[in-house]
Unconditional design. Structure first.
Length: 181
């Protein structure tokens, strides 16, 4: 019987580090969405610099084309960027006996859930909620603060702001600020 595990939390909570740690030395097939080009086009890279070779995909269903029965584990990073179909893909793979470990952000900068995350958390056999440390008060951080040119982002600001100084930092729920709400 397979298994679905989801690691979630805000930015800088160590989700990718934990994902890589769980599959270290295992026979693993790793995936991440193609849009994430922060560090490398073919590896999952944590903020601490650990890496895991990954297949870049556009849609959740593409995972099914890559699995071949050889890997025991399937790792999916930045899982929040996929659509809700990622949940049924994970279920299908778990029914085939795979051990699936997903990692991603539960909430966007406004504090709203990324669409696939509530479903994924609900169907997981185990979940790990990682917290960072609030940069303002030092309490456990569960929110991602977005700062544009040094100011808290507005609720209607687009996800990509060309030419703006866009920064993210971990904050607790009390210190998290969104303009326009
Ligand atoms: Zn705080």
């Amino acid at each position: 019987m397979g298994h679905i595990e989801t690691i979630y939390g805000c930015m800088f909570a160590g989700k990718t580090t934990e994902l890589i740690r769980r599959v270290e030395g295992k026979n693993v097939l790793a995936f991440k969405p193609k849009l994430d080009n922060r560090y490398s086009t073919s590896h999952i890279v944590s903020h601490n610099g650990e890496t895991l070779k990954a297949v870049l995909i556009d849609t959740a269903e593409e995972i099914l084309d890559h699995v071949n029965g050889k890997a025991e584990y399937i790792a999916i990073d930045e899982v929040h960027f996929f659509d809700i179909m990622i949940g049924s893909v994970c279920r299908k793979l778990a029914n085939q006996g795979y051990r699936i470990i997903c990692a991603g952000l539960d909430l966007d900068f406004r504090g709203e859930p990324f669409p696939p995350m509530p479903y994924l958390v609900a169907i997981s056999h185990s979940v790990t909620h990682l917290r960072a440390k609030c940069v303002c008060c030092g309490k456990p951080a569960t929110r991602t603060q977005r700062l544009i040119n040094g100011q808290p982002a507005h609720v209607d600001d687009p996800v990509i702001m060309v030419g703006a100084d866009d920064l993210y930092e971990p904050r607790c729920v009390d210190c998290h600020e969104v303009r326009g709400v």
